[in-house]
Design a protein around this ligand. Structure first.
Ligand code: HEM
Length: 308
C-alpha cells in the first residue's frame, strides 16, 4: 500500500512526496535543497511607488538571499539543465519585510495542488532508483500543462552563472500603489550584465558545483547585480493558472522597482535557520489568488520543521 493517502492533496502530503522523489535525504529542504546563502543591498528606483506602496520595495534595505538548484537532492549537479535554478530574497526592515521566491522558468509545473501531488507521485523512484517511465508518460499525456516548465527549461542552454540568469516569481501578485490603485504584477529579476548561456561544448566540461564556484568569484569581483522588474497586467490576464504565461508576456510593459546588488557570501546557517516564506509580503503587495500559492506557506513551514 502507498504510504501516501489518496484523495485531496495537502501541504503535508506535498512535502512528503517532494522528499520521496528525492530519496528522503535528511536535514535538507524538501525543494531547492542545494544552494548558497548570500547578502546584499536593495536600492529602489524612482518609479517603485507608482506600482506599490510596500515599504520593502520603496526604501533601500539590506538583503538576505539564496541561490539554489531545484529538487530535493542536495547533491544534484549544477550541469543538470532540467531542474530550475532558484533565487530567493528578503528585503525591507523588521516592520516591512517581503520574501520573494523566484525560479528561472516563468511557469510552475502544476495548476492545482492535486495535480502537483499526482505529478510528484508519478516520479517517486521504484526499487531500481528510477521512476516508472510508463507512469510518467501516461500522467503527462493526461496533463499536458504539467510539461510546460520542463519544456521551457529543456529548450534553453545550460545557465552559465547564477548571477547571469533571469528569474520569475511566476504568480500574479496584486500590487497597491501610493494612490491606492491595485493591479496585478509579475516579478521578474533580470541580471544587469545579461544572461550567461553556455554552448554544449562549454557545458560538457563544467564541474558539479561550477555555479556555486562561479558565484563566489563574481561576488568577490563585485559583479552580481539584478534589476527587480514588475511586469504589468492587462485586462483578462489569466491570474489563477500558474502553468501558463500571460499573453505576449515577454513584451509586457515593465517597471523597474529597484536594483539588488549581492555584496558577500553569507554563512549558510543564516538562510537555513528559517524559511523564505512566500506569504511574507509587506503591505502594498498582496497574496496571489491561485490555489498553489495558498498552499506554500504551510508547506515551507512543514519542511522547516522536518529539516531541523
Ligand atoms: C511558483 C511556484 C514556486 C516557486 C517559484 C518556488 C520556489 C522555491 C524556491 C526558490 C525555494 C528555495 C527557498 C530557499 O532558498 O530557501 C523553494 C523551497 C521550497 N518550496 Fe517552492 N516554489 C514554488 C511552489 C511551491 C509549492 C506549490 C510548494 C508546495 C505546496 C512548494 C514547496 C517548497 C518547499 C517545501 C520548499 C522548502 C522550504 C524550506 O525547507 O525552507 N513550492 N521553493
Amino acid at each position: 500500500m502507498s504510504r501516501f493517502p489518496t484523495g485531496a492533496a495537502t501541504p503535508a502530503s506535498i512535502v512528503d512526496v517532494l522528499k520521496a522523489v528525492a530519496g528522503d535525504p535528511p536535514r535538507v529542504r524538501a525543494s531547492f535543497a542545494k544552494g548558497r546563502c548570500v547578502r546584499g543591498t536593495y536600492v529602489p528606483s524612482d518609479w517603485a511607488e507608482e506600482i506599490t506602496k510596500s515599504r520593502s520595495f520603496t526604501r533601500p534595505s539590506r538583503v538576505l538571499a539564496r541561490f539554489s538548484m531545484g529538487g530535493g537532492n542536495p547533491k544534484v549537479t549544477d550541469t543538470n539543465n532540467l531542474v530550475p535554478r532558484g533565487f530567493s530574497f528578503k528585503l525591507g526592515d523588521d516592520r516591512h519585510r517581503s520574501h520573494i521566491l523566484m525560479q528561472n522558468a516563468p511557469v510552475h509545473f502544476a495548476r492545482t495542488l492535486d495535480q502537483m501531488l499526482a505529478f510528484l507521485k508519478a516520479r517517486i523512484p521504484g526499487p531500481e532508483g528510477k521512476p516508472d517511465a510508463a507512469k510518467v508518460k501516461a500522467f503527462s499525456a493526461a496533463n499536458p500543462e504539467t510539461l510546460h516548465q520542463a519544456s521551457y527549461l529543456a529548450a534553453r542552454p545550460l545557465p552559465g552563472s547564477f548571477a547571469g540568469t533571469t528569474y520569475w516569481g511566476v504568480h500574479a501578485f496584486p500590487a497597491t500603489n501610493s494612490k491606492g490603485e491595485t493591479r496585478f504584477i509579475k516579478f521578474k529579476v533580470v541580471p544587469v550584465g545579461g544572461d550567461v548561456k553556455l554552448t554544449e561544448n562549454e557545458a560538457r566540461i563544467k564541474s558539479a558545483d561550477f555555479l556555486h564556484e562561479d558565484l563566489e568569484k563574481r561576488i568577490a569581483a563585485g559583479d552580481v547585480r539584478f534589476n527587480v522588474m514588475a511586469l504589468l497586467d492587462r485586462p483578462g490576464d489569466p491570474t489563477m493558472d500558474v502553468t501558463i504565461r500571460w499573453p505576449d508576456e515577454d513584451n509586457r510593459e515593465a517597471v523597474r522597482l529597484g536594483t539588488i546588488v549581492i555584496t558577500g557570501v553569507e554563512a549558510n546557517d543564516a538562510c537555513d535557520a528559517s524559511i523564505f516564506d512566500p506569504a511574507n509580503l509587506a503591505e502594498g503587495i498582496g497574496h496571489p489568488p491561485d490555489e498553489v500559492f495558498a498552499a506554500r506557506h504551510a508547506a515551507y513551514t512543514i519542511s522547516l520543521a522536518k529539516r531541523r
